[in-house]
Design a protein around this ligand. Structure first.
Ligand SMILES: [Zn+2]
Length: 331
């Protein structure tokens, strides 16, 4: 099947319930692109891409990190513009895109890195946010607003006030256009200071997480009723602060590779966890709940058969994000 037609089809049919046979067949289909001969892949272009004003990203070609045989080859970046459309992409770009999200945790020579000058600020800021989380509590941290985080730093010596350099760094990460490093989801929460009204959320017992009352909570409870108590909430509503901390942590894990980080975690302001999406898992499956393994569980198969549940990031989605069978889409 022509890849462009396939992606365009996906784009228009992205609201199809993932319980449909069509989606299940697609999930099980092997990746043809991974066997694409090297000769059909165009040369990397990232190094020549102009850097937009504001936050400085650097494209680094790492010879030692180039994928070994059998893994993806260096390939061009997607066009970094806000009017992203599949029609504007060349065949090589479409191939590159699919190869990246299907191999989200691989390192690509065209990946975009955080400028090395920000490395120490990244560490320092993330450590301070970790202290906020440890001191103020994991549950509270899920809901914490930016202003609350800043005042916790000022008020508690164990945390310490955020420095001007840390604040500038957090703002630049928040306001930078993530298209630049390969993430194509919408900005869901444009205000860095956006707060989740505490009265609008319900704490979910034994999970340490919260769900927005109404549609989100109702959907979760309906899934539990239909599938059983083996299904648990693994992440609920998340504030900008929570998403920021997760994204910075992921960026440390990837040695500053923002492209690789954003293939498995939406940058702050771009997460649908801020507006009602939530993650579910199987009781006892632990960290494997956040891998494709979850899609092999009986619970997942039951959910897929319910007909009223969608996932936000199906295989080969257009957000620039890996397949996430655990991430339930609201609305
Ligand atoms: Zn999620």
């Amino acid at each position: 099947m022509d890849k462009r037609a396939f992606l365009e089809g996906f784009f228009t049919a992205s609201t199809v319930a993932f319980g449909g046979l069509y989606m299940l067949q697609r999930m099980q289909r092997p990746s043809l692109l991974l066997t694409t001969p090297a000769a059909t892949v165009a040369a990397p272009i990232a190094a020549s891409t102009p850097v937009p004003p504001g936050f400085q990203f650097t494209a680094i070609e790492i010879a030692s990190a180039k994928p070994a045989q059998g893994l993806p080859l260096p390939a061009p970046e997607l066009s970094a513009n806000s009017d992203f459309s599949v029609a504007s992409l060349s065949d090589a770009e479409v191939e590159s895109y699919l190869r990246k999200i299907r191999n989200f945790d691989a390192v690509f020579a065209s990946d975009i890195y955080l400028d090395a000058r920000y490395e120490s600020t990244l560490l320092q800021t993330t450590q301070r946010m970790s202290r906020v989380e440890a001191y103020m509590g994991h549950g509270n941290f899920n809901l914490m607003s930016f202003d609350e985080m800043l005042s916790s730093g000022r008020n508690f010596l164990k945390i310490g006030a955020f420095t001007p350099a840390e604040l500038e760094f957090l703002e630049e990460i928040f306001f930078a256009n993530p298209n630049r490093y390969g993430f194509f989801g919408k900005k869901i929460s444009p205000q860095i200071t956006a707060a989740i009204p505490k009265l609008d959320v319900a704490k979910i017992g034994d999970s340490g997480h919260f769900l927005l009352k109404g549609e989100s909570l109702n959907l979760y409870q309906q899934i539990k009723r239909d599938v059983g108590n083996e299904i648990v909430l693994t992440s609920g509503v998340r504030s900008i602060v929570k998403q920021m901390h997760l994204f910075l942590g992921k960026s440390i894990e990837t040695n500053g590779n923002l492209s690789r980080a954003s293939r498995s975690l939406a940058p702050p302001g771009h997460s649908y966890h801020g507006v009602g999406d939530f993650d579910i898992g199987k009781l006892g499956l632990g960290a494997r709940n956040f891998t494709a393994d979850f899609s092999a569980t009986e619970g997942y198969k039951k959910i897929a058969g319910l007909g009223y549940v969608d996932i936000r990031y199906p295989t080969d989605n257009l957000f620039g994000v890996r397949f996430e069978p655990w991430h339930i889409k609201l609305g």
